[in-house]
Design a protein around this ligand. Sequence first.
Ligand SMILES: *[C@@H]1O[C@H](CO)[C@@H](O)[C@H](O)[C@H]1NC(C)=O
Ligand SMILES: *[C@@H]1O[C@H](CO)[C@@H](O)[C@H](O)[C@H]1NC(C)=O
Ligand SMILES: *[C@@H]1O[C@H](CO)[C@@H](O)[C@H](O)[C@H]1NC(C)=O
Length: 428
Amino acid sequence: MFGLGVAVLASAVFAKVVQAQTVFAHFMVQNSYSYAQSDWTTDMKSAQAIGIDGFALNMGRETPNYENAKVNDAYAAAEALGFKLWISFDMSNAGWTEADMVSLVTAHAGSSAAYKWKGKPLVSTYSGESQGESFWSSFKSTLSSAGVNIVLAPAFTTYRDPANASSLLSTFPSIDGFFNWWSWPADTNSLLTTATDLAYQKAIAPRGGPYIMAVSPWQFKNIDGLGDWVELSDTLWNYRWQQAVNDVKPDIVEIITWNDYGESHYISDINYNVNIGTEEEAYVYGFDHSHWRDVAQYYIKYFKTGSAPAVTSDQIVFWYRGFPKAITCSTGTRPRNADFPADAVFALAMLTKPANVSLYIGSKETTFYAGAGLTMGSVPFPTEDKQVPYIVINRGSTQVASGYGAVHINQTGCTYYNMNPWVGRVSA
Ligand SMILES: *[C@@H]1O[C@H](CO)[C@@H](O)[C@H](O)[C@H]1NC(C)=O
Ligand SMILES: *[C@@H]1O[C@H](CO)[C@@H](O)[C@H](O)[C@H]1NC(C)=O
Ligand SMILES: *[C@@H]1O[C@H](CO)[C@@H](O)[C@H](O)[C@H]1NC(C)=O
């Protein structure tokens, strides 16, 4: 009897153990058309190198359907690396049927790469609320009949207002968790708050599924017919992560995105073998974002350990657009909210010890004191044409590091409205 009591007590204790903090990145499977399995391996290793645990596979249900075969390669690559995956149905494509979705989930639910929340494979979405509760309850029960019991954590994107959180739950008894897609300000010239996160995190908790918080570096799209907009994102990549590690502490962070070029929030290297579309090429090619991963690496560690990690080498990650916002360009559309971003070079100092950081461009100069850890600074665009920033880290009378940006800020010659920034780094 005593032995049984101990066993029961032990399992009760174990049941309370919180699942480790997890970080995923949203991966556009639509952009894997040219992929071999080795391309998946390359991306997964690059993500793993900064602490990302897995990819949410955004399946767009393209016609003809090449995505299912690419996802088979993704699972094989992930199994070999100990990387995790879940399917994220892009329900904005009307082509999805229950039968297609059930067969896709069933095909991969038994993979060692299938991410599990409390022992069950997780399934997520982009939108899907217009399908209604009957669709989702049928989807889950059909899967269940096939022996696959999932945890459903969708991004029902019309649920953004904190006041709608209780109606989300009453409208959708089938959902177990929730993914808040909204990781940029909503067409306003003010910073994003955590109000949506906190309301939906609290509302979903009794269902037992994860609260997934989206963290994104930028939002700019300029595809005629598919949307022309920018959201205020100047310092988002720093403060949104701060919200995640300090204020919201979600079960899972989902980075938006790994490779969505069209919305300018990719953190992967640009893969020039991917056909991203002619308009996207005009604002993505040459606008490298890879050093945003250096920032992510720091915050992922912070999120997983629960405290600010020590910075181990001095570096400044900086980003800026190539043209002032008021410029007239010869093609493309001036995006909605184009007046919001500041005409400035943004620099995030990541320092081992305090230093003075100087940002120079044209006739403009800013120097700020930065302590150990992370500090944001900026310098406004100059009026002179064709300038590149020069950045210096000084500690006392010693210059620790210096370097230039690789992209010019031009006052003339704009051929396409582009509010996607170039990201660089100066390091010791
Ligand atoms: C959110 O609440 C408002 C006000 O009650 C309502 O008009 C709107 O339809 C709700 N949105 C959703 C997605 O339920
Ligand atoms: C920063 O600059 C000020 C003014 O020159 C100087 O007094 C201070 O020692 C510098 N701090 C560091 C950490 O270099
Ligand atoms: C800005 O000007 C430089 C120098 O003339 C040029 O090389 C570069 O292509 C221009 N940038 C853009 C985005 O047009």
